[in-house]
Design a protein around this ligand. Structure first.
Ligand code: ATP
Ligand code: MG
Length: 420
């Protein structure tokens, strides 16, 4: 992509009413556009980050046997009445609307009910199970307090997977496997060192659900963390009983702020009983399916990564989710420098390395400031000076060290970032 063709406008200042660091930076850098409080549009580079996160999540979900589908945003009131989750006193974040004929519909904030209901048509016998389905869907939630930017918005992309299994044992095996998949996902995204499996409220069987919490200053949750064990307990369920169950050391718990990036949940058979999702087991008996629900906040992750890594110069993206790998800045007006920059751009494009080529007629300082603000992992400068020094200047976003490299080394260098 040539910078001159990129749909973007950076800003010197974030909107005055925006309190959160993540939204301030993402807006200034032109990754998102604020429509209203808690409602943000994804601009090209923001969307690229989201798509990269989705690619990582999708890969792991498919490995678990997940089938991707896409459910509807309009939902039937009756289904949620069956499970007592329609009442605003029970679920306080519903957006509701009316059809032209006056009947009420709900706007999707979660999908356990509609998916379980749909499954009644797909599941008849034990041979139809287990079934694992997931989606990336825009969830709508009427959050009272939407002051944390994309970490808590009224409209956001969630990955939600639902498991339907035949027994508690079969459920538990899948649940444990998903726990490991989640840990791999957060590691792959770049948050591995600071994201912890956390005991939280809710869930059948053990009375707990499991959250994945990333330790970060602006997180809304308080957790008690055993760093040695790599396990935490959400403040909301902190007690001697949970400490024992989690197998953590009470004396070693650190109280820290964290953001919930994922949540996995066992529902047992309760919802299937309420909604009538039964299957005929091998022995001929009728049994309700066991339901599990597994969410990841895709949009929130973009905010958490922003908060976690950004510095005083701007965004800092981990390589696996960066919108571009290289910010190529052509400097000076000499024909030689311009040709060398074009050649570097062609080379990177041919080698499938995502590059943003700043081909504008701007001062070097302007281009460098944008490279930093956008948080692109590598900055590559082509100028008369770099050519005189024997090549192109390569610098990592977070480093001040500059290295002279040859164009033809780049593919190898950038695909093996750990290489010296
Ligand atoms: P929270 O406790 O933060 O309100 P939740 O427990 O209601 O979240 P879930 O229903 O478990 O959220 O949703 C799955 C994931 O979706 C959460 O782990 C979180 O990462 C993300 N998420 C939830 N609400 C929002 C929101 N308003 N904006 C952005 N992401 C969200
Ligand atoms: Mg949750």
């Amino acid at each position: 992509m040539r910078r001159s063709q990129l749909f973007i406008k950076t800003r010197k200042e974030a909107p005055a009413d925006e309190e959160s660091k993540n939204a301030q930076l993402l807006i200034r850098a032109g990754f998102i556009y604020k429509d209203s409080a808690g409602v943000y549009a994804l601009l090209p580079m923001g969307l690229a980050v989201i798509e990269n996160i989705k690619r990582i999540v999708r890969h792991e979900m498919n490995k678990q046997g997940g089938n991707e589908l896409l459910m509807t945003s309009l939902q039937r009131k009756e289904l949620w009445e069956h499970t007592d989750r329609w009442d605003d006193a029970k679920v306080d974040i519903w957006f509701k609307s009316h059809l032209a004929n006056g009947s009420e519909v709900g706007l999707a904030w979660s999908h356990e009910e509609p998916i379980s209901d749909m499954m009644r048509e797909f599941i008849a016998s034990y041979r139809d199970l287990p079934a694992y389905v997931y989606q990336f869907q825009t969830k709508l939630r009427n959050e009272v307090r939407a002051k944390s930017g994309v970490m808590r918005s009224r409209e956001f992309i969630m990955k939600d997977l639902y498991s339907f299994t035949r027994s508690d044992e079969e459920h538990q095996k899948f649940y444990d496997s998903m726990t490991q998949a989640y840990l791999r996902i957060f590691k792959e995204i770049g948050l591995g060192g600071d994201t912890y499996l956390t005991y939280a409220s809710g869930g059948a069987f053990t009375q707990f659900s499991h959250e994945f919490q990333t330790v970060t200053g602006n997180g809304e949750d308080t957790i008690y963390l055993d760093r040695e064990k790599g396990i935490a307990i959400n403040e909301e369920v902190m007690s001697d009983e949970v400490v024992a169950q989690a197998g953590v050391n009470r004396d070693k718990l650190d109280k820290v702020q964290a953001a919930e990036v994922g949540n996995i949940f066992s529902f047992g058979t309760h919802k299937s009983e309420q909604l009538g999702l039964y299957f005929t087991d091998e022995d001929g008996s009728q049994k309700p399916a066991v339901l599990g629900s597994y969410g990841i906040g895709v949009t929130r992750l973009m905010g958490v990564v922003t908060e976690h890594f950004a510095d005083d110069k701007g965004l800092v993206w981990p390589e696996n989710i960066a919108p571009y790998m290289v910010y190529l800045a052509g400097l000076g007006d000499s024909e030689a420098a311009r040709q060398a920059a074009d050649a570097a751009y062609d080379y990177l494009t041919e080698n499938h390395i995502k590059v943003l080529y700043d081909d504008r007629d701007e001062r070097p300082g302007e281009k460098f400031a944008d490279a930093d603000l956008f948080g692109i992992p590598y900055r590559l400068v082509v100028s008369d000076k770099s050519l005189a020094a024997g090549g192109l200047e390569l610098k990592k976003r977070a480093s001040t060290e500059v290295e002279i490299v040859q164009k033809d080394q780049l593919a190898n260098r950038l695909k093996n970032p750990l290489q010296a």
